[in-house]
Design a protein around this ligand. Structure first.
Ligand code: SF4
Length: 123
């Protein structure tokens, strides 16, 4: 993947929901429309963007809508698995399984915030 493609993806991820018009992306990347079109076609072939035909600014153009999403590691921060000695043998059908793992159970329970009881039930 070229540096320009990477830069285009980073820009497009800022507009995850509605995407960007091709011309807006070319402008932000500082490339010609010809060069930009090549990038867009490559990204579409790789399944990274969808090129949607759109009438904008008095002409037909394409909107580039990202098909990928940014991933944050926040929700799995502190999970025991990455540093676990059984990591390479643990699995659904392995000798060690998350279904019976006390470490993952403790981690999940310590990160689980049950919804507040709004029905006012008494113990
Ligand atoms: S589920 Fe438990 S045993 Fe499996 S990798 Fe995670 S911490 Fe280790």
């Amino acid at each position: 993947m070229s540096k320009l493609e990477e830069k285009a993806i980073k820009l497009l991820l800022k507009y995850e929901d509605k995407g960007l018009l091709q011309s807006e992306l070319w402008h932000k990347l500082g490339v010609t429309s010809r060069e930009g079109s090549r990038i867009a076609i490559k990204l579409e072939k790789k399944g990274i963007v969808k090129r949607v035909k759109e009438f904008a600014k008095d002409r037909w153009t394409r909107r580039l809508v990202p098909l990928i999403r940014q991933v944050t590691l926040g929700p799995i921060k502190g999970a025991p698995c990455p540093s676990c000695i059984y990591n390479n043998v643990c699995g659904k059908q392995g000798t060690v399984t998350p279904n019976t793992c006390i470490w993952i159970e403790e981690w999940v329970l310590s990160h689980y915030n049950p919804p507040e009881n709004t029905e006012g039930t008494q113990a």
